[in-house]
Design a protein around this ligand. Structure first.
Ligand SMILES: Nc1nc2c(ncn2[C@@H]2O[C@H](COP(=O)(O)OP(=O)(O)O)[C@@H](O)[C@H]2O)c(=O)[nH]1
Ligand SMILES: [Mg+2]
Length: 202
């Protein structure tokens, strides 16, 4: 099965993007498999709305382990099965919580074998930061680490918020040479383009 990883800083909307994408692909329910740090798997079936309620939130590090959602993507006459993998937010500092540190290491290890890596950045935040860079050191590092091969692109999320348009332009300048797609996981805009980019790289 092809694997598509969704990575980025905490709170940028990775989990909501995965679930909105699953919904866009006409999944009515999602089987979420939680892969804990010892590699043990536990699955639960959610209606999309319930998954959003339980798994998305303003609290950073709500996602503590790899969460995998298997979706079928219409491709030509057939369908492709894709494992959408939601991950723990990456930060540049060494996190005080050992469980979060291990979850970050788990994320980094899973990036290499993935066919597609979606790097999510908060466009509204990028538009607000004044003179500073529109994205953090960790975003630069993710692009350097995952962007050197095919199948990598950036999602500028939260385009429904004020300042996001300016943020998008700044991100496109900072990440010149990479594809940067404007999306709102909340308003469900830009998802068709994301789907096309995922399919193109499978
Ligand atoms: N306005 C807005 N808020 C969003 C969007 N995507 C996510 N959020 C909010 O950002 C917060 C973090 O979302 P979540 O998916 O848990 O982020 P994660 O930590 O990257 O997985 C939640 O309060 C979401 O409702 C978006 O496109 N627009
Ligand atoms: Mg999350």
């Amino acid at each position: 099965m092809k694997r598509c990883m969704v990575v980025g800083k905490p709170n940028v909307g990775k989990t909501l993007l995965v679930l909105s994408l699953a919904e866009h692909l006409k999944a009515r329910a999602v089987d979420v498999t939680f892969i804990d740090l010892s590699g043990k798997r536990q699955s639960r079936t959610y209606a999309i709305a319930a998954a959003i309620r339980d798994l998305v939130g303003p609290r950073p590090h709500q996602t503590r382990c790899l969460q995998s959602v298997v979706v079928e993507v219409p491709a030509g006459k057939g369908r492709k099965v894709v494992d959408l993998v939601d991950t723990t937010g990456l930060t540049e500092h060494i996190h005080q919580d050992a469980e979060v540190r291990r979850a970050m290491a788990q994320t980094l290890q899973a990036i290499r074998p993935a066919q597609v890596v979606i790097h999510v950045v908060d466009a509204a935040e990028a538009g607000r930061v004044g003179q500073g860079p529109p994205a953090g050191v960790i975003d630069r590092q993710i692009a350097d680490f995952a962007g050197s091969r095919g199948g990598y692109f950036i999602v500028a999320n939260k385009m429904d918020l004020p300042d996001a348009t300016r943020g998008l332009a700044r991100l496109q300048r900072m990440f010149a040479g990479y594809t940067v797609l404007p999306v709102s996981a909340t308003a469900k805009t830009g998802l068709r383009e994301v789907k096309r980019h995922v399919l193109r790289n499978l």
